[in-house]
Design a protein around this ligand. Sequence first.
Ligand code: RIB
Ligand code: CA
Length: 310
Amino acid sequence: MKRLIIDTDTASDDAVALLLALRHPATRVEAITVVAGNVPLAQAVTNALVTVDVAETYQPPVYIGASGPLAGDLRTAESVHGANGMGNIPLPDPSGKPAEGDAPEAIVAAARAAPGELTLVTLGPLTNVALALDLEPTLGTLLKEVYVMGGTSDHLGNITPSAEFNIWVDPVAARRVFHAGFRLTMVGWDISRKYAVIDDPTAERLRALGTRRARFAMDINRSLRQFCRDYTHIDGIDMPDPITVAVVIEPEMLTRSVERYVDVETEGEITRGATIVDYLGVLRREPNARVCLETDAERFLTLVFDLLGN
Ligand code: RIB
Ligand code: CA
């Protein structure tokens, strides 16, 4: 059984990722920790609680985390995911409530209670993880590994020419995480753009499965679909968070990666938030990340259909 903590700024692609993790028989989500990012914190918490209900499996504790980055102001992405982050569809009132305690403390407590057993999967800005490191600097030895949806392996950004949104929202936190000594896998936005796109015919086939989860997954991503049409020019809906969870669930889905030293630009006027991958080793620094370069697109869609289709 893979035991996960999922840190999320719960908007439409995060929600699909949560559904995959919650519905997979060999995965246990021990905790969901919420961070502001795509939408303000309160909305992200609501979206996480609603998604847990839609999964119709079990109710992991949902912890409230950081309402903004370590430095600077929060910048959200309602233009991408809709005003409520969920395609502006009307959402039911969640049946659950947030758990007592805050997200960074919950991450540390869970890691201390099960040393070496938990995989942390981050789907949003890394503020909660940086704050958890403040509480427990040895977190890197307590967590089994960390998968970060963030950055890009090809230096092509989605929020600026060189930065991916999750890193760009809180580059100071991201830099701390990349230098914390985690067994860290970086699943950049390039992977989503190249190997995890649900095109329109596939979206219709998913919807035709007729399950609550398949319909929900497509409905909440309709704003993202429009954003892809107008801004990123992707021929469908790209799924950065779901492919990150998919790689955790089925490691063989990751077909090519390299171990490299990665750093985060925190000051650049134009490049702030960029993840810089030192492919040639010119900085002579030890690798601190496994950088994903390719995943199996077919296998990803098969997993999505399997897990949302029942
Ligand atoms: O850049 C893509 C990432 O930013 C995804 O995690 C998406 O949900 C947003 O948080
Ligand atoms: Ca996200």
